[in-house]
Design a protein around this ligand. Sequence first.
Ligand SMILES: [Fe+2]
Ligand SMILES: [Fe+2]
Length: 232
Amino acid sequence: MHPHGNYLPGDKMRNLICENYLLLQVLSRFGIPLGFGDKTVEEVCRERGVDCRTFLAVVNFTLDGCCRMAGEGEEISVPSLMDYLQQSHHYFLDFYLPAIRRKLIEAIDCSSEHKIAWLILRFYDEYVGEVRKHMAYEDENVFPYVSALLRGERPPHYRIDTFARHHGAIEERLTELKNIIIQYYPEQEKNLLLNATLLDLFSCERELAQHCKVEDLLFVPAVASLERRSGQ
Ligand SMILES: [Fe+2]
Ligand SMILES: [Fe+2]
């Protein structure tokens, strides 16, 4: 057991997942499918073309509750981490958030006079709009800048520091939405589904916070050290 998130390349991948089921998300965003039998983390990563040190950095960082000190910038593969972040955006925007919306519509009673149902849905859509904007900025500005750096270019007028200074939290509105549901949604029979949807909102909030921390504390330092090395 590695309760504080200190997994090593020689550890069995299956142990890592069974001991921390939340890592399933990390696994899928690195493009690692299940079915790895008895193989170690290093073997699975090699087979799947994933940079093992970057994978373990994200894993251990996640398990540490994101309180690991930054400064691993030198060890991390920037292309691998960027790929992971892009996959995460795709997962949130094209899978998780639409899935929660479908569940929410089923769980709340939009047919009746409950104005609160429409309010919840509107709030949710506004929230998703914000997440989309936040991630689009990274997809359209930050990642292309880092790709240019990796190609050996030195793009003028941009530094990763600019991004770091303006990188805001995106899970705050979700917290408000949860509070509206918890405090004001009228009692009714469909509580099972609404509770399940609330659980999804809680996990989504947690995953988004974790995503932002990976960007702030792993990605930004890694790109900053790339900038230094390339004389940017
Ligand atoms: Fe992001
Ligand atoms: Fe972000």
